[in-house]
Design a binder for this molecule. Structure first.
Ligand SMILES: Nc1ncnc2c1ncn2[C@@H]1O[C@H](COP(=O)(O)OP(=O)(O)OP(=O)(O)O)[C@@H](O)[C@H]1O
Ligand SMILES: [Mg+2]
Length: 154
């Protein structure tokens, strides 16, 4: 488990950006946190780390956005937002398993609403809002060890 405190949206984006090279192809990262916690802000940074050029916006109505990654072992970033999922069985209908592959990374806002139905989950990032622009990030799962060993969040 890794815990980090950030005090600005810029710092949040920077942590997302630094995470990109550590996320292996085929992995799924779940994001937890209330409305406005900063999940999409984090994904925007992650997208920058992957060098994607398409704008990262909340896919709340589309459920899922595809972003091409221009170079590297990962070729596609899937950005999901499950906020509108009422029943975890709706997640099955998204067929995320068929969209995944060794060269695809998925990041999932409101990941807890998947009810454990997604394969390849490498970690969970929980964002808790504090006063003003302060946020506490808690990273759990195997990804925490990768981040620690790579030293990217130091
Ligand atoms: N430390 C911070 N980290 C992230 N965002 C911050 C921070 N401080 C302020 N903000 C602001 O909080 C807002 C976070 O919005 P964002 O869309 O990223 O949240 P979200 O968790 O994706 O919400 P939703 O559940 O509605 O999708 C942005 O306006 C951002 O600028
Ligand atoms: Mg969002």
């Amino acid at each position: 488990m890794i815990r980090r405190i950030v005090t600005s949206a810029q710092e949040m984006e920077a942590l997302g950006e630094a995470l990109a090279p550590v996320l292996p192809g085929g992995s799924v990262l779940l994001l937890h946190g209330d409305l406005g916690a900063g999940k999409t802000t984090f994904v925007r940074g992650l997208g920058r780390g992957f060098g994607i050029t398409s704008p990262v916006r909340s896919p709340t109505f589309a459920f899922i956005h595809h972003h091409d990654v221009p170079e590297g072992p990962v070729t596609e970033l899937l950005h999901l937002d499950l906020y509108r999922v009422d029943d975890p069985r709706e997640v099955d209908a998204l067929c995320v398993g068929e969209l995944m592959g060794d060269e695809v990374v998925a990041v999932v806002e409101w990941g807890e609403l998947a009810g454990g139905r997604l394969d390849g989950v490498i970690g969970s990032l929980t964002i808790a809002a504090g006063d003003d622009t302060e946020r506490t990030l808690t990273l759990d799962g195997p990804l925490a060890a990768l981040v620690h060993d790579a030293g990217v969040w130091r």
